[in-house]
Ligand binder design. Sequence first.
Ligand SMILES: [Zn+2]
Length: 387
Amino acid sequence: MNVTLRTDFTVEQICNGFIYNEFEGKGINGLGGNLVIQPEYQRNYIYADNKRDVGVIESILSGYPLGLIYFNKTGENSYEVLDGQQRITSIGRYVTNKFAIKGKNNIPYNFKGLPKDKQRKILDTRLTVYICEGSETEIKEWFETINIVGVPLNEQELLNAIYSGPFVTAMRSSFSNSNNPNVQKWGAYIKGSANRQDILRTAIKWVSKNKINEYMNDNRNNGDITPVISYFNSVIDWVSSVFPDVYDDMQGLEWGDLYEKYHSQSYNPSTVANQVKELQQDYFVKNKKGIYEYVLGGCIEKKLLNIRIFDEPAKKTMYARQTAYAESNNISNCPLCAISEGNNSKKIWKSSDMDADHVTAWSKGGSTDISNGQMLCKSHNRAKGNS
Ligand SMILES: [Zn+2]
């Protein structure tokens, strides 16, 4: 790969013909149409936060270096941005009055409102640009390794770069656009942001049954993403019809796996809604995220809920109460030993030889307060086994 340094590009040249696509949230062109700012393997523009974009402009006005920028040479006079997209888009957006910086006394200044000398200072600023020339493979491999400036690419952004092509382009237009009105609905079930490719990743994860890399590799040149979209919609439609109420902790569950496992069963949404609501309010259910699979599975797998158990002070109180009663009646302090015929019917167990038990099991509606608790000797507790 050939690399040459150029220090003659000014902000004015780079921003010549700058277009910002508000809907897709990306810079399109610069250098009078000769620079592609967001080639398809690039991540979305994420600096529009009134911090990082403002920081870029303040750096220029203070004369601080902006860091290295890399272009990939694609023709005689044409380039695409390999690294520096976030900074260039911030500059382009500022120069086209898309946001303001704070001046003295917190007065906001967009570019138009800046004094002429400051406008000039920005436009005349020269960028330090490395021009890279090489094969697609070389450029891609190198792109993976320059993951050094600013916010690192996350795993999916990297995969989008590696497998860039018709598939990624189509996927991004459907799943990576924060302005898509569906994003809010999807966000109830999927954690992360459209912009950082979390929804796109989930869509591929679901349709590929967790084989994201393989699926992206196999479909790299396939721009028809109908199978991904229809599978994705099936999962979302299924979750939202089985669980009519939306809870915060539904976000980020493995809905794709749950769909595969349970979607052929039929559920009554209002029964399910009541079950979920009761479990959500149940103090003894420690793992609220486990409620959905517990209900889908017919309310059997209690371990999904991580039921709260008696704490030490409660056990001590129960032990003292039972032992005092047992001693005054000359019977065992294990109520099950006391009614047995065996040698232990009068045995006073040490507290370390006993375990707490629900008189009425939690699964049968028993609560975990002391009135529903008793200490049993370990062997009786094991034998009962449904606390
Ligand atoms: Zn016993």
